[in-house]
Design a protein around this ligand. Structure first.
Ligand code: GLA
Length: 658
């Protein structure tokens, strides 16, 4: 199967979305000159060019794209060629209003923006397939083509009648009979029993809370329906070019697509990453998304989009201070990226994203952003051969699962303050701050290569996943599990006892009496730390060790953190320092250790292959103790025993010790 390796060919791909259709052709020559100056070796073309390629139904205008493809090839720049299907031309919505999505209350999502298509619409699918077919046929043999990029950030949701029919087909294949559906959805509750398939609809706007199992299935269905659209286009391009790898760019930690399932359908896993430059934890967030994407890819991945400066979709859009773009880009490389690309090459002058930065901003080639882009391009070229394709070793896994995420975010839960992604982020942050490299894994995946597995919060776990976790601990692994986990089965049915009995046994919990969620900005005292968000009224078995108990309040004296052998259960969300200390201890005990001992605060160390990346997230100067003689591949400077780093400094070290 083709892979990122085929496109990267020993380099780090560097470039971005290129939208030449927004510019007069004279500008293209200037683009190429500056791309060469910046070390750009890859551009993503055609993402939103459907109306340009097919200005009216069935018409084809490829001449401009031929010229751009040729221009790129002439200058040795590879093309990640996108199918344009994320933004249907206005004619489609005008002539075929049934292709437009409808919201939960039935209103139409109109054209005039982008991503206005119903994934279940046969008309949309037919036009998308036709334009993909012609695009693939036309450029199959083009020497500039390196990667196929299908659609863009699949993210639409639709509740229309066509979707309803499609949802029913999906449900029929999952459940077989209406009786089985009724059983899975628990429709005995509130007189929701269905008598025939024709009565079943997506969870549309309703009087009060909707059936949570119906909602869960609709999320599963929506991810699958979008994946069908992806697979249809992928199959077309693969038929024309079996040797060219295919990707579609994820939004990271995006609930709409089960990225575990999707990534199995891709040759390259790619993602669009936009940490807020103003966020003091932006570096951690970037690290987490890199770890997640690398795990989905099973190795090297593609940073398809990031911003060289500000985005334009936050309330207040902060530019990146000098050096931050370089730091976060090299951090992505340290954590497995073999492509560092941007949205977009040249900042637009018109349209909704004219205030979104590009690699080449309104300030032009003399602007700071472009200067920094050029520096980064040169540095990536310097380290590319040494880095590209190299693995990132990790001995600790964080479990993450879309079903659990979907189910835990629904109405009618013990606390609306519980935000799955925030809990995952807290746990990853704690591990990141201990200097431990983590991977993400699915709860029913192979965990045998990890010394420790962390479960931040998995409300829903399948039987297979529970057996997997139990077997993992029995087999010598260390498991640390957060609160409100193992509560529901795959139909979102609460397990007897409020937590699966295999897990209760594993952690030495006899009874889970109650969940005691906490109010916003309140904490609960525990031995040695304070917890937030959540607490639980637990009773342990004699064999369980209570590592920390609640102090004060209703739960005074009851267990907060318990351990039975190598299985730990944490019934609250310890404040960040405490979670770091707790997980750090367990990591050490599990023999997974940090990458480098004695790191100054704010310095991250990651191994990639033979290389050691040091990344400094602070602005002051620091000295990092690093044993042995090393050379920094970025500068050629040699170090012995320690490495100096300045503001947002990065070193890519090769060991010179014989
Ligand atoms: C997404 C899209 C791009 C662009 C950027 C802006 O990632 O894929 O087309 O809109 O957001 O940040």
């Amino acid at each position: 199967m083709p892979s990122l390796r085929d496109a990267a060919r020993g380099r780090i791909l560097f470039g971005g979305d290129y939208n030449p259709e927004q510019w007069p052709e004279e500008v293209w020559e200037d683009d190429v000159r500056l791309m060469k100056e910046a070390g750009v070796n890859s551009v993503t073309l055609g993402v939103f060019s459907w109306a340009r390629i097919e200005p009216r139904p069935g018409a084809r205008e490829f001449g401009w794209l031929d010229r751009v493809m040729d221009l790129m090839h002439t200058h040795g720049i590879g093309v990640v060629l996108a199918t344009p299907t994320a933004s249907p031309p206005p004619w489609m919505g005008a002539r075929h209003p049934e292709t437009l999505p409808r919201t939960e209350d039935g209103s139409v999502v109109w054209y005039g923006s982008r991503q206005h298509f119903c994934a279940s619409s046969p008309v949309y699918r037919r036009y998308a397939a036709a334009v993909t077919e012609d695009l693939a046929a036309r450029y199959a043999g083009h020497p500039a083509l390196t990667v196929w990029h299908i659609n863009n950030e699949y993210c639409t949701h639709c509740w229309c009648d066509e979707t309803a029919a499609h949802f029913r087909r999906w449900l029929e294949s999952r459940y077989g009979t209406v009786e089985a559906l009724n059983e899975a959805w628990g429709t005995a509750f509130w007189s929701q029993r269905y008598d025939a398939w024709t009565e079943v609809v997506p969870p549309r706007k309703a009087q009060y809370m909707r059936n949570p199992a119906q909602e869960l299935d609709f999320k599963r269905f929506t991810s699958d329906a979008l994946m069908e659209c992806y697979a249809a286009e992928r199959d077309i391009v693969v038929r024309h070019t079996p040797h060219i790898p295919v990707t579609t760019n994820f939004m990271p930690l995006w609930s709409g697509q089960d990225a575990w399932a999707w990534s199995a359908q891709e040759d390259i896993v790619s993602v669009d990453v936009y940490p807020d430059p103003k966020d003091p934890q932006g570096g951690q967030y970037n690290a987490m998304l890199a770890d997640m994407t690398r795990s989905q890819a099973g190795g090297a991945w593609m940073l398809m989009e990031q911003a060289a400066g500000p985005v334009n979709w936050r309330g207040v859009n902060h530019p990146k201070p000098a050096g931050l773009n370089r730091l976060w880009s090299l951090q992505s490389v340290a954590r497995g990226a073999d492509a560092v690309c941007y949205f977009q090459w040249r900042q637009s002058r018109q349209g909704s994203e004219k205030f979104h930065s590009g690699m080449l901003t309104h300030a032009g080639e003399h602007g700071r952003t472009f200067r920094e882009v050029k520096q980064l391009g040169a540095e990536l070229a310097t380290i590319g051969a040494a880095v590209s394709g190299a693995p990132v070793p990790a001995e600790v896994a964080v479990l993450h699962d879309w079903d659990a995420w979907w189910a835990s975010g629904q109405e009618g839960r013990p606390s609306t303050l519980l935000d799955y992604t925030e809990v995952v982020r807290s746990w990853h942050r704690a591990l990141w701050e201990t200097g431990t490299t983590t991977e993400f894994a699915r709860p029913d995946g192979d965990l045998s290569r990890f010394r420790m597995v962390a479960v931040p919060q998995l409300y829903l776990l399948s039987d297979a996943a529970i057996d997997n976790l139990v077997a993992y601990v029995r087999g010598g692994g260390t498991l640390v599990c957060g609160f409100f986990s193992g509560v529901a089965d795959v139909d979102d049915r609460i397990r007897p006892g409020g937590m699966d009995e295999r897990l209760r046994e594993l952690f030495g919990i006899r009874t889970l009496h109650e969940w005691w969620p906490l109010d916003a900005d309140t904490t609960v005292e525990c031995d040695g730390f304070r917890g937030g968000l959540w607490s639980e009224e637990l009773e342990t078995e004699p064999g369980a060790e209570i590592l920390s108990a609640y102090r004060g309040g209703e739960l005074d004296g009851l267990p907060a953190v318990v351990r039975k052998d190598r299985a730990y259960y944490v019934s609250t969300l310890p404040e960040p320092d405490a979670l770091r200390a707790l997980l750090g201890k367990v990591v050490t005990r599990a023999g997974a250790g940090p990458v480098l001992a004695g790191l100054p605060e704010g310095v991250e160390a990651v191994h990639r292959g033979e290389l050691l990346f040091l990344l400094h997230h602070g602005r002051g100067d620091v000295t990092v103790p690093v044993p042995g003689k090393r050379v920094d591949l970025l500068t050629g400077t040699e170090f012995d025993g320690s490495v100096e780093l300045g503001r947002y400094g990065v070193a890519v070290l090769r060991d010179l010790t014989p």
